[in-house]
Design a protein around this ligand. Structure first.
Ligand SMILES: CC(C)C[C@H](N)C(=O)N[C@H](CCOc1cc(O)cc2c1C(=O)N[C@@H]2C)C(=O)O
Ligand SMILES: [Mg+2]
Length: 320
């Protein structure tokens, strides 16, 4: 039996990106029960991709009760619904086999990975204060994407002089704004910029200089996205809610690396249950952005462990 439940987890603080603000993580939890065993998965429907809690729940509820992971890949498109079910089926397969998912997937034993910590979009003053509070963190990901981000950039660098910085514009810049900012991103030691311009305007990236690595997020969903990224992006951000699960995420990582893309593994505002499978995809990649639980006031039990070594692999009781 497959069941899907909407759940809400409070954030520790209001979180803002160029598209809006939120105070809670609204997720769907999928439970698959077979032969007395239960597998769990989580997804975050995203309006940007035409998804809502209701539409995604309906996709899950429309699946045959006994569907297996191979059939699932054709039954649903890449996206949040397939993600939660795919991860729940992996969890169930591991429990049935008495093994961990990484073993079933033929991966090496996972270890902790340093993750980005994301700073919400705000005034330069509030971003500088947030950067100073988190200046001990090795990598800060800062949300930008407005026409006047220069002061925010300077403020974050002043607040956290030693942290590695990556920038996520969430499609908020025009080619003109990005071209003007790019030399300053370099000057301030920004390591990479994520989705500077709208996904529909990717062709512009082929025409302008890319002095620092440019990473495709909203423009890269699954392996079918790769041909359109050629000559425009240097890196891809793999998120399970876009790939439609761990199965396609592992395939996308292999295909992207084979085509010479650098790899980042990211997340939506979700709980430890959503991060646990992503930690497997994140092993050995260049940028890990699995900080969802760090922004929550409440999480799953048991949660993933986060410490100076970064985000740790899941215990079997949580997932996998
Ligand atoms: C907890 C962080 C925000 C997660 C990660 N570091 C990150 O930056 N992810 C963003 C995706 C932002 O997530 C959004 C944006 C939005 O407009 C609406 C939502 C969410 C979300 O997670 N839930 C709601 C639907 C990124 O890389 O772009
Ligand atoms: Mg992004």
């Amino acid at each position: 039996m497959i069941t899907v439940t909407a759940e809400s987890f409070r954030l520790a603080e209001v979180f803002t990106i160029s598209r809006g603000s939120r105070t809670e993580a609204k997720v769907l939890t999928v439970r698959v029960e077979r032969n007395g065993l239960v597998g769990w998965g989580e997804c975050v429907p995203y309006a940007r991709y035409g998804e809502s809690l209701e539409s995604v729940a309906a996709q899950v509820e429309g699946l045959p009760a006994g569907i297996d992971r191979a059939a699932l890949q054709d039954a649903l498109p890449a996206g949040a619904a397939r993600n939660a079910v795919d991860c729940a089926l992996w969890d169930l397969e591991a429990k049935a086999a008495g093994k961990r998912v990484w073993e079933l997937a033929g991966l090496a034993a996972p270890g902790p990975m340093i993750t980005c910590f994301t700073l919400s979009l705000g005034s330069p003053e509030s971003m500088q204060a947030a950067a100073a509070r988190h200046a001990h963190r090795p990598v800060l990901k800062i949300k930008l994407g407005t026409p006047d981000d220069m002061a925010r950039l300077e403020a974050v660098r002043a607040g956290a002089p030693r942290s590695r910085i990556v920038v996520d514009a969430n499609e908020g810049w025009s080619a003109e704004v990005y071209t003007e900012l790019a030399p300053h991103l370099l000057r301030l030691g920004v390591a990479m910029v994520e989705q500077p311009m709208p996904a529909g305007k990717d062709d512009l990236l082929a025409e302008i200089a890319r002095p620092l690595p440019v990473c495709a997020d909203e423009s890269c969903h699954d392996r079918d996205s790769l041909p359109d990224l050629k000559g425009k992006y240097d890196m891809v951000n793999i998120k399970l809610d876009k790939t439609g699960g761990l199965t396609e995420a592992l395939a996308l990582r292999a295909a992207a690396q084979a085509e010479g893309y650098r790899v980042m593994v990211g997340c939506m505002v979700g709980t430890s249950l959503a991060m646990a499978p992503a930690v497997l995809v994140a092993q050995g990649v260049e940028v890990v952005d699995l900080d969802g639980p760090l922004l929550l006031a409440e999480d799953r039990t048991p949660p993933l462990a986060y410490d100076e070594a970064g985000v740790h692999p899941s215990v079997a009781e949580l997932w996998g």
